[in-house]
Design a protein around this ligand. Sequence first.
Ligand SMILES: Cc1cc2nc3c(=O)[nH]c(=O)nc-3n(C[C@H](O)[C@H](O)[C@H](O)COP(=O)(O)O)c2cc1C
Length: 452
Amino acid sequence: MKILVLNASPKGPNSTTVHTALYLQALHPEHTFTVVPVGQRIKSYEKDFAPLRAQLEQAELLLFCYPVYTFIAPYQLHRLIELIKADGVDLSGKFASQITTSKHFYDVTAHRYVEENCFDLGMKVVRGLSADMDDLLTEQGQQEAHGFFDQLIFSCEHSLFVTPPVRAPRRDRPVYQPVLPSVPKRGDRDVVIVTNCAPEDENLRHMIADFRAALPLESRVVNLREFPFAGGCLGCFGCAITGKCVYKDGFDDFLRTQIQNADAFVYAFPISDHYTHSSFKCFDDRQFCNGHRTVTHGTPIAYLISGDYRYEPNLRMIVEGRSEVGGNYLCGVATDEGDTAYDLQTLADALVFALEHKLSRPANFYGVGGMKIFRDLIYVMQGMMKADHKFYKEHGIYDFPQKQKKRILQMKLVGALLAVPSVQKKMKGQMNQYIIGPYQKVVEQAKTAPCK
Ligand SMILES: Cc1cc2nc3c(=O)[nH]c(=O)nc-3n(C[C@H](O)[C@H](O)[C@H](O)COP(=O)(O)O)c2cc1C
């Protein structure tokens, strides 16, 4: 089979991920592998796509190889998908699969994103391999890579493909015109609206205008398309060591002084390619200069999204997951799918309510699970990721179970007591009462205590 390996890591041949593909190439001389460092060549493809078009046309199987970057793929792969779609090269009927390496932090959303785009291109999608960064160095990891490849070829031969998700019905997007009157503004809070709105994104522009009109607070707009990004994150980890990005385009300072210091963040974008235009992904990835520190914990977030958001379950997971992991209160998402003016007005009210009441909510699985991955990663990498380690210590993020010594001891005692037959007999049917007792106490106290 003619396999085109699209190595989208910005590290090119020094990518961890591509080594799994190289390993498979070494094991399978019966297949033709062509490995292309598309991540490094993205700027040249912007100028001339023809060389890649020819390689894409010749391939039978496209193997996307990339590191998971901030819940999805690196900016370079997002940009590549835009270029492929803009070129119009016919990939329909070809097989597609993917190999990623990561720490499994939101590898699922990354894989769905690539699958969804392959479906758009009419490709036959085979489930990919999501490996840990170190998997190829272990015997088990090597076996799993091997197994993945055998399964991939088997799937191509036996037509075993991933089922495409439900698509939005084709319809003309209703035009949204600004309708909301502007209310007086208070200047005691700073709300920043971060967008990648382009001149042609008329609905989004009008949504931003109406949201600002309805918001009784001063707000500013930062358009990412106007920031002179020197490029996407290179994954060099220079910032983890020096705290500074290797690019000299001033993004670190811009992020810290123009965005992160706001009292609330509103992200505004149009949906394209199951996320949004790659300019937003460049912004996402470059925030790696914050390491894994939840530096805006507690700041409320709202989204203005133009597009068929209800048909984008993966994007919804990314939006929710990002707020959860960052410890940001998600006030809501206003879209232009239904009663847009009402959604915008309600969201503006909800944002003010969240700010005034300093709302927070307990992290759900997306947040708790994500932070546990970071906690374990930074603990192990503490020697190199010094700023992250310091932050995690200061903010009590190292909540390892072994630190709950009192609770572990309590449970041992309960276990030992319950092992005694006479105690078992006495406790029969009363266990629940013991557990629920403290909760009942809280409710009783609330009846008499004044509301906090
Ligand atoms: C900007 C950036 C963002 C990252 N985001 C994630 C992430 O969301 N989830 C994850 O598990 N790992 C994440 N990682 C770690 C990489 O996925 C991991 O180091 C990968 O193995 C690198 O592969 P490569 O050498 O092929 O580029 C991130 C790394 C960088 C530099």
